[in-house]
Write a protein that binds this ligand. Structure first.
Ligand SMILES: [Fe+2]
Ligand SMILES: [Fe+2]
Length: 267
């Protein structure tokens, strides 16, 4: 059926996000299962609960629209799920890298959902569907809070635990890497839980020792560090962002994520 009116576009987009929310319920379970940090696990679990509530609100919107709830496959969410699945399967990240990368993956879905809800709200406003605007706005607020939580957890993640000694040594002088704590592997799990790791002194110590040994090796070593450090975005980001707030308290609503492709069709 050709979509010719705003009402029809609204209906299509509603079915799309309805599908996406169902897929993300399962995804959040998997993300929680892949998290060692209690804060991160809690965030994913909390957002899963919120997502179930979002589905209920969407059902109400369908009702307001005089339609039975119906899902229409959302290729965008399927793509994000596949991206996560492929990364996990092909790149075989360590549990720590996976946990950190999941925060970024989750943030991607939040941004998609935010845009989807903003579009639906805009149309609902034009159509004068005040109650639908209210319901959809409640979902939007939760998605925005979830994105904020993901960003906080990501910034606060102890990226020092994701770097090799070489990464650590090389990144400290350039970026001032206050978060670049070179913790031994055994302490990594606990370090990742507490983003407020007092890493500054370590980074400073590295700084001075590096300046003694001279910085001429920087380019070549950085290239090899980039290769050996981590496959993917996490490690290189870590060096730069490690001076962050250290604020991964994991307080708010949670975070959205994604999981292996589960062909379960939303109801
Ligand atoms: Fe959602
Ligand atoms: Fe979400």
């Amino acid at each position: 059926m050709a979509v010719k009116t705003l009402s029809e576009l609204f209906e299509h987009d509603l079915k799309d996000i309805y599908y996406a929310e169902h897929r993300l319920v399962d995804a959040l379970d998997e993300l929680a299962g892949e998290s060692k940090s209690r804060e991160i696990k809690r965030a994913f679990t909390a957002h899963k609960k919120e997502t179930l509530g979002q589905i209920k609100r969407l059902k109400q919107v369908f009702k307001l629209f005089g339609e039975a709830p119906e899902a229409e496959k959302c290729p965008a969410i399927e793509g994000l799920l596949k991206e996560k699945k492929d990364f996990t399967k092909k790149e075989k990240p360590t549990p720590e890298i996976l946990e950190y990368a999941n925060l970024t993956a989750a943030a991607k879905t939040e941004r998609y959902e935010i845009t989807a809800y903003e579009a639906l709200i805009e149309i609902a406003q034009v159509l004068g569907m005040d109650k639908a605007v209210e319901l959809l706005s409640a979902n939007l607020q939760e998605e925005e809070a979830a994105l904020a939580t993901m960003k906080t957890l990501s910034k606060g993640y102890d990226k020092g635990s994701l770097m090799t000694e070489e990464d650590d040594a090389e990144s400290a002088p350039k970026g001032g890497g206050s978060g670049a704590s070179s913790k031994p592997p055994a302490s990594r799990a606990s370090a990742s839980k507490s983003a407020s790791t007092p890493a500054t002194s370590k980074a400073t110590a590295r700084k001075s020792s590096d300046s003694k040994s001279g910085g001429s090796k920087a380019s070549a070593s950085k290239a090899s560090a980039a290769k050996s450090g981590a496959k993917g975005k996490s490690s290189s980001n870590g060096g730069r962002a490690s001076g962050g707030s250290g604020a991964a308290q994991g307080t708010a609503g949670g975070a959205e994520g994604m999981m292996q492709t589960d062909p379960a069709t939303p109801v």
